[in-house]
Design a protein. Sequence first.
Length: 364
Amino acid sequence: MQAERLEALVQGIKAAGIAQQLVTDPSSIAYLIGYETQPGERLLLLKVAADGRHQLYLNQLFPQASDLADDLEIVTYRDGEPVISWLAQSLAPGKTGIDKVWPSHFLLDLMAERQDLQPVNAAYLVDDLRAIKSPEEQELMREASALNDQATLALINLVADGLPESEMVSELAGIYQRLGCQGFSFEPIIAYGANGADPHHETNDDRPQPGDSVVIDIGSSYKGYCSDMTRTVFYGEPDEESRRVYETVRQAQEAAIKAVRPGVTFASIDRAARQVIEEAGYGEYFTHRTGHFIGREVHEAGDVSEFNQAQAQVGQIFSIEPGVYLPGKVGVRIEDLVLVTETGCQVLNQVSKDLIVVEPHLKF
């Protein structure tokens, strides 16, 4: 699988007229060659060359590379050694692709060594490959999402206890561990009442009050792939406006999911959700895009936004997560992951989207 991915990148490099691509995103390196580590401030770099002379630059501190392609040269350096000079000497002149995460001080040092290079932003070459999930990746994403469904249901059952938001997050960590997941894919959002009106609320020690919305936006990592789902339930009976907001968001999410199929623009998918919310009178309170791509990372390149004219392709996986946020009152967001298929899409999450009212201390 890695050999095919590396060859696909080589073909992309040649088509773009680039001499070599310098890949420094650890997730992309893992995707391309199967080597995984987090380098911190040290250099981790995969040079993918149009002429096939690929190199992997590793600090001596990093885990040893094994089971990699035979034609991949490993260059090991110690702290303080002139690794950028070594890299500079290995590069062909001309256009050199740079990805979007390489710290600028490394690039500036390289440009000082080799003024004949033409650095270009070529992150899209790897991003486009990663966006189309292989059958094996699709199955891992299904498994990760099924586990996230279980975690969400377990957490909804805890809402009845009226725990502080922070304790709900602590409980979630244990739930994921028992399910065999490898921690959070992002910092969980548990938001009660008016806290939910902040889409990226930071969990605190607040407890729910009767009638509060409870936004549960959670995800885990499983076998190297991420899950992400949001459900909003209510702690006791919600007022009429909260019910109206919830139904609006539910209908908006359903409209966007129905719009997903190969060849449609992401802007049109976003428009399907946004139009429902605007017609209900809440347009100004839908303050973010409708979705983001996901895979090895919870937010990957690509989004479902009103400005993205790219077309959906079979094998892509992204979120559909419209929301309405009334400051000081209530927030509602509903999110599923969808996989684009030949005829439409497969929704990877199965937790009910009916309005759920959790009575205090009542399990269901």
